[in-house]
Ligand binder design. Structure first.
Ligand code: AQP
Length: 335
C-alpha cells in the first residue's frame, strides 16, 4: 500500500521559534518515515504583510536550511519553495472564484492580523487561507500537521474542496482530496514568554517574547531570565490562573523529552530561581545540534540550492497534475 501524503510549511517571515519547532517541524521529523512528505517554505504567504525585499530570499534559504537542520530527511521528504511552483498561485485564483467572501472574513487570524495592519491591510492577507488551501489541495495531501492556530484554515480548506467537488466533480470521482489536520496535543500551542495567554509568534514586536532556533546560549539565558512568571509558590501544569507556569513547564517537558508526570514530580517543589536555570540548560542542549547542523549547511549554499531545485521539480510534477485536473473539471479549454 502506498504511503499517505503529508504537506506542511512555515512562512519565511523571520527567525523560526520554539512554537514553529515544537508545534510543527519536530512533529514532521518524528513522523516523516510513515508518510510521503512535501515540506514547503511558504514565501508567497510571507508577503501578505508588509515585507522587506532585501531579506525575503535569505529568510527563505535559512528556513529551508532549518528544515534540514531539524532533521528533515530527503529520502522520504521533498523540500521546496512555494513560489518556485507556479501552480500554487494559479490554483489559488481558481479557488478564489468559488470561495464566498464571508468565509474569509470569519477567519480569526485575519481579524487578529488585520487589526495590526490598520488601513493598510492587503487583499492578500484576507486571501491567505485560500492560497493555503491551494498549497494543500495541489498535493492531494491526506494529512496536514500544524499547530492549533491553523485548525480553522484547515477546516476552510476542506469546505472549499467540498464545494469544488459538489459543483464540478462526479459522485465517484471527486476533483479534490479532502485533507485532515494532524494536530498533536503536546506543543500545539506554545505561548509567548512575556504573556502566557498569547501564542509565541515571529511577528510579536518583542524579541523577549520568543526563543528563536538560532538564539545563542546567552540570548536564551537572557530571555528565560526575563520571562514572565508569578509569585505563587511551587510549579504546576493546567492551572488557568497560571498560564505562564503551564507554558514554561510544557516547554521543559517537550525539550527534555519527559512525560508530564515526570516533570510534575521533578518540579512541584521548585521555585523559579531553581527552575529557570534548568530550562535554560535544557533549551540550549536541545537547540545545540540544530544550530551546528544549520551552520554546516549554510556554509554549503550550492548544496542547499540543489536541494531546492530538485524539490521544485518533484513538487511541480505532482502539482501540475492536480491543477490540470481542476482546470478540466471547471471547463477550461485545453490545447
Ligand atoms: N506558538 C505556536 N505554537 C505551536 N505551533 C505554532 N506554529 C506557529 N506558532 C506556533 C506553527 O508553525 C507552523 C508555521 O507557522 P507560520 O510561520 O506559517 O505562521 P504562523 O502560524 O503565523 O507563525 P508565527 O510565528 O505566528 O508567524 P507570523 O508572526 O509571521 O504570523 C504552523 O504549523 C503553525 O501552526
Amino acid at each position: 500500500m502506498s504511503k499517505q501524503r503529508v504537506l506542511s510549511g512555515v512562512q519565511p517571515t523571520g527567525n523560526l521559534h520554539l512554537g514553529n519547532y515544537l508545534g510543527a517541524i519536530r512533529n514532521w521529523v518524528e513522523e516523516q518515515n510513515n508518510y510521503d512528505n512535501f515540506f514547503c517554505v511558504v514565501d508567497l504567504h510571507a508577503i501578505t504583510v508588509p515585507h522587506d525585499p532585501l531579506v525575503l530570499a535569505s529568510n527563505t534559504l535559512t528556513t529551508a536550511a532549518l528544515y534540514l537542520a531539524c532533521g528533515i530527511d530527503l529520502e522520504c521528504s521533498t523540500i521546496f519553495v512555494q513560489s518556485h511552483v507556479s501552480a500554487h498561485s494559479e490554483l489559488a485564483w481558481l479557488l478564489n472564484c468559488v470561495t464566498p467572501l464571508n468565509w474569509l472574513e470569519r477567519m480569526i487570524q485575519f481579524k487578529e492580523k488585520a487589526v495590526k495592519q490598520g488601513e493598510n491591510v492587503s487583499v492578500g492577507l484576507l486571501d491567505y487561507p485560500v492560497l493555503m488551501a491551494a498549497d494543500i489541495l495541489l498535493y492531494d495531501a491526506d494529512q496536514v500537521p500544524v499547530g492549533e492556530d491553523q485548525k480553522q484554515h484547515l477546516e476552510l480548506t476542506r469546505d472549499i474542496a467540498i464545494r469544488i467537488n459538489d459543483r464540478f466533480g462526479k459522485k465517484k470521482e471527486p476533483v479534490l482530496k479532502l485533507p485532515k489536520p494532524l494536530i498533536r496535543k503536546q506543543g500545539a500551542r506554545v505561548m509567548s514568554l512575556t504573556d502566557g495567554t498569547k501564542k509565541m509568534s515571529k511577528s510579536d514586536p518583542s524579541e523577549l517574547s520568543r526563543i528563536s532556533l538560532l538564539d545563542s546560549p546567552e540570548e536564551i539565558k537572557r530571555k528565560i531570565k526575563k520571562c514572565k512568571t508569578d509569585p505563587v509558590k511551587g510549579l504546576e501544569f493546567d492551572n488557568p490562573e497560571r498560564p505562564e507556569c503551564h507554558n514554561l513547564l510544557s516547554l521543559y517537558q517537550l525539550l527534555a523529552n519527559k512525560t508530564k508526570e515526570e516533570v510534575q514530580a521533578e518540579c512541584t517543589e521548585m521555585g523559579w530561581g531553581q527552575f529557570k536555570p534548568l530550562l535554560v540548560d535544557t533549551t540550549v542542549a536541545a537547540l545545540e545540534p540544530i544550530q551546528s547542523k544549520y551552520n554546516e549547511l549554510m556554509a554549503e549554499r550550492t548544496y542547499l540550492e540543489s536541494v531546492l531545485e530538485k524539490g521544485a521539480t518533484q513538487a511541480n510534477e505532482v502539482a501540475i497534475n492536480t491543477l490540470n485536473r481542476v482546470k478540466k473539471s471547471l471547463g477550461f479549454l485545453s490545447i
